[in-house]
Design a protein around this ligand. Structure first.
Ligand SMILES: [Zn+2]
Length: 372
């Protein structure tokens, strides 16, 4: 019996010893496990070397696979301890969120474009591609104050900054538009205060029929030829000129819309539109279509220096005609000097515009433009 008891005791002791050994082995293996720890650094921090993270009495060597310490990731490495290698990890974290600097409220006028990032500085310590956007609803065409926010994200963090977008009314332009709207009705006046009217598609300024680059004639307007008032007064002038030994003749009188179209198109094809516009009217804009204008004798500026040209320049006003496109008037009339082109206006106005030989243009006198 005693021997049996002793046997049992020995077995129990052996079992306890085995158990203890197991615990020791477990603890030892656990100790090895502790080497397999992962190391965490923040983005941009130094990559740990052997001695940075282990006490001096434990000599280890660390080898990392290639690491970009500016990129959030988990990197692998090995650690050698007593000629044994252990896998370790380096976790690169991005702790700091991106920075958004220079945020302030933005004020624009209706219809303007907006550049939200013009004065904004965005920075981040990661090499991550940043995701940036402006969040919130707004309408650039609708005056209002819109509450918006910048949102910038790197792979780990989000930064938000509030701001206001103030869309203002376009006050000045609105006023102008209102003025235009009223002036386009019958109350319109020229810059010199003359009444501008549209009657049956024709423009009259201070009662004077106007055909220039700004004021066109309807394409179907066709008085059928030179008006009687033109012809009568021209013949009078022509006869008086003859007595002075001057021969005046009408080279080109009335021109219909379609004829002017052909003429202008030919000039434009020959010289280009821009050049043609300086001496030829586009269809609907020619004074010849009024029946109140004509070209006399020559279509060359040298006509001004001939005796006929000089006589016409000095006397036509007496018969109610003006030199319509004066030597220095291109900026106002829109046409080069045409010493041959006369327009009937009646003697009073013609005399005023003659201005003792220093011609005033009709546009200047009435305060109107001549521009396409
Ligand atoms: Zn002409």
């Amino acid at each position: 019996m005693k021997k049996k008891k002793i046997k049992v005791k020995i077995i129990i002791i052996v079992l306890i010893i085995i158990l203890l050994l197991g615990v020791i082995v477990f603890l030892l293996s656990n100790r090895k496990e502790s080497f397999k720890e992962s190391i965490t650094i923040n983005i941009g921090d130094k990559i740990p070397k052997s001695n940075d993270y282990f006490t001096k009495d434990i000599k280890v060597k660390i080898k990392w696979a290639s690491i970009d310490n500016y990129k959030v990731n988990t990197y692998k490495g090995t650690m050698s301890y007593k000629n044994k290698d252990y896998n370790i990890k380096l976790i690169v974290k991005d702790v700091n969120p991106p920075k958004i600097e220079g945020v302030k409220d933005i004020t624009i006028t209706v219809g303007d474009k907006v550049d939200f990032y013009k004065d904004i500085k965005i920075s981040d310590d990661s090499k991550d591609e940043l995701d940036k956007k402006v969040e919130g609803k707004y309408n650039l065409k609708k005056p209002n104050t819109y509450k918006l926010k910048y949102i910038v994200k790197d792979k780990s963090n989000t930064t938000t900054k509030d701001f206001k977008l103030i869309v203002k009314k376009k006050e000045e332009v609105k006023k102008e538009k209102t003025t235009n709207n009223t002036t386009s009705s019958s109350n319109k006046t020229s810059s010199k205060g003359y009444k501008v009217e549209k009657r049956n598609g024709l423009y009259y300024v201070n009662g004077i029929l106007i055909a220039n680059k700004t004021y066109p004639l309807p394409s179907n307007y066709n008085p059928g030829g030179l008006l009687e008032v033109f012809t009568t007064n021209f013949n009078k002038m022509k006869n008086d000129a003859k007595r002075d030994g001057i021969n005046l003749w009408i080279r080109s009188g009335f021109r219909s819309y379609s004829y002017q179209q052909t003429l202008y198109n030919n000039y434009a094809a020959r010289d280009g539109k821009a050049a043609a516009d300086t001496y030829s009217a586009r269809p609907g804009h020619s004074e010849h279509q009024t029946g109140l204008a004509a070209d006399i004798n020559s279509l060359d500026q040298s006509f001004a220096n001939t005796k006929e040209g000089k006589w016409l320049n000095n006397n036509c006003y007496k018969y109610g005609f003006i030199i319509r496109y004066t030597r220095n008037g291109q900026g106002e009339t829109g046409y080069i000097f045409e010493p041959w082109h006369i327009r009937y206006l009646g003697t009073d106005l013609a005399k005023t515009l003659y201005n003792n030989g220093n011609w005033i243009t009709l546009e200047n006198y009435l305060g109107i433009t001549s521009r396409y």
